[in-house]
Design a protein around this ligand. Structure first.
Ligand code: ZN
Length: 323
């Protein structure tokens, strides 16, 4: 049984969880969706009704649908021995040497993916289910093939061919406020070519990925901040404490910090001793420690607190803001 995670399903974040069930003949994976997640516990015996059969990469598995029903029952006799078949995810840190993005359009009626869509038309007909629908009813789905260059343990350059399916691209763009890429394959391709990424993959199929390189803050900007800090230390006789008990809630938190260059995931380490308004912050993929007056950015809505769950395969990010 894997930890539950959040996947984008038709544009909505939805809980999902993979479990393995065994009976006296066989073992099979079942993907649980939505409210059924966490209903089943390890070693429970259950009856599963109205599951749907899927096949992906030669693995046949089952998935719950809206009409699925699960009930707990008495334990069964002689179940087969469970064999772990889970592939181990591999991480590659590297740059993208070449990329090809393919855009498809998912019909919300039958969930199949059309290769072409008349975007300027008011309506389009799904070539599979023949349903005529508003053009907006078709969801852009990007899939990518990447040639990733990385260095292995002995500094040899390696090239790996990795594939990303639309769910993972969707997840990434939604979590990083880059939804505009989803409708613009060319922009998405350029984005892949510009950064260093941490790709988590199983058999060259990417499960999740994050940007490693962050745009460095310019030295003059840092110098200016340091000067301000020194100036303030001269003019402020005592430690400023107004409303900082409220905002020091930020310490220890993971934040999503918006800059003009983009949004970065960071961690608030501590308040600068003696300067209640100043915080030491580090950002993902960057060893440097930055000093910021987070209160202002927080008040301006440029900081969100992030709750992260690390699971075997994915990082789910949920953000919320205090009023
Ligand atoms: Zn259709």
């Amino acid at each position: 049984m894997k930890h539950p995670k959040v996947q984008m399903l038709y544009g909505t974040p939805t809980n999902m969880q993979d479990i393995i069930v065994v009976d006296s003949t066989y073992q099979i994976r079942i993907t649980l969706w939505d409210s059924i997640v966490s209903f089943v516990q390890v070693d429970d015996t259950c009856t599963f009704e109205n599951l749907s059969v899927r096949n992906f990469k030669n693995e046949t598995y089952l998935t719950t649908t809206k009409s699925s029903k699960i009930t707990r029952t008495d334990s069964i006799d002689d179940p087969v021995e469970f064999e772990s078949t889970a592939a181990v995810p591999t991480t590659i840190v590297g740059t993208v040497a070449a990329v090809r993005i393919t855009q498809g359009f998912m019909c919300k009626s039958c969930t199949r993916i059309l290769q072409t869509l008349l975007k300027e038309g008011k309506y389009n007909m799904c070539t599979y289910c023949k349903m005529l629908q508003k053009t907006a009813n078709f969801v852009s789905c990007l899939t990518a093939t990447l040639n990733v260059t990385s260095e292995d343990e002995v500094d040899e350059i390696q090239t790996s061919k990795l594939a990303i399916f639309s769910t993972q691209i969707n997840n990434f763009c939604t979590l990083h406020d880059q939804e505009e890429f989803l409708d613009d394959p060319l922009k998405m391709e350029e984005f892949f070519l510009e950064d260093t990424f941490d790709f988590n993959h199983v058999d060259n199929i990417i499960d999740s990925f994050t940007v490693v390189k962050k745009i460095q803050k310019a030295i003059p900007e840092l110098t200016e901040q340091l000067c301000k800090l020194v100036d303030e230390s001269k003019s402020v006789a005592t430690v400023e404490s107004s409303s900082y008990s409220q905002v020091s809630l930020l310490v220890g938190k993971t934040i999503r910090h918006k800059f003009t260059e983009g949004t970065f995931i960071g961690k608030v380490i501590s308040v600068v001793p003696g300067f209640g308004k100043w915080y030491n912050v580090t950002y993902d993929g960057d060893p440097a420690v930055y000093v910021y007056q987070l209160q202002e950015d927080y008040a301006d809505g440029n900081i969100e607190i992030v709750v992260r769950w690390y699971t075997a395969h994915a990082v789910a990010v949920v953000t919320f803001q205090f009023d």
